[in-house]
Design a protein around this ligand. Structure first.
Ligand code: URA
Length: 214
């Protein structure tokens, strides 16, 4: 797909999210938060759901957790502007409660379509809700964070949600380590395969780190 048509497709999904009434959250939200970032992003980050500030501004990760996410990315030389950031839910649950299964199901088509359009090299799963949504058979976040996991044609890296590290600062070094790991993975995947002049497009995950679940 051409970049312009990818962008048009993402815009179309965003418009659908804006008008969405597939679950009861449309009654309590201020607006939908479809996600933001370039259609050409190599990295996609998936969080849980918009919070109060995201609901007000219509943008993902613009509160405290978002500031930490931006900082963690910058510490490993990545710019937030190069990443497509979204959530499992596109509407804020009242009081920031956990997403309900029917809300996750109602939003599933939007997230699936965003991934299909962007086809990122790696998908960062921020927290247990994103992990559960994308890799329901994976072990819990405390066991699989920082690992590069291949499932079908996609490559994922789960990590703790930045908000978890705000509540529990002892998680911060682990989160930093996982972001370093993400960077190493990207660097490895960008390097030409040994013994070959060409990059290895069939090894999006940097083979050595890949753990195939399916
Ligand atoms: N937490 C999330 O999971 N998503 C946001 O957009 C903001 C905070």
């Amino acid at each position: 797909m051409e970049p312009a048509s990818k962008q048009a497709h993402l815009d179309q999904i965003a418009a659908q999210v804006g008008a969405c009434r597939r679950c009861a959250l449309h009654q309590t939200r201020t607006q939908g938060v479809p996600g933001s970032g370039p259609a050409s992003a190599r990295i996609m980050a998936i969080g849980e759901a918009p919070g109060e500030r995201e609901d007000r501004e219509g943008q993902p990760f613009v509160g405290q957790a978002g500031r930490l996410l931006t900082q963690l990315l910058e510490e490993v030389g990545l710019s937030r502007d190069d990443i497509f950031i979204t959530n499992v839910l596109k509407s804020r649950p009242p009081g920031n409660r956990d997403p309900l299964p029917e809300e996750v199901a109602a939003c599933a088509g939007y997230l699936d379509e965003q991934m299909a359009v962007i086809q990122p090299q790696v998908i960062l799963l921020l927290g247990r809700h994103a992990l559960q949504r994308m890799l329901p058979d994976a072990p819990g976040i405390s066991r699989c964070h920082g690992q590069v996991l291949g499932a079908g044609s996609r490559t994922y890296m789960p990590c703790y949600h930045p908000a978890a590290a705000l509540y529990q600062s002892s998680l911060l070094p682990t989160l930093r380590e996982d972001f370093r790991h993400l960077r190493e993975h990207l660097d490895r995947a960008a390097r030409p395969a040994q013994g070959s002049a060409a990059a290895a497009p069939s090894a999006p995950s940097g083979r050595a780190e890949q753990l195939d679940l399916f």
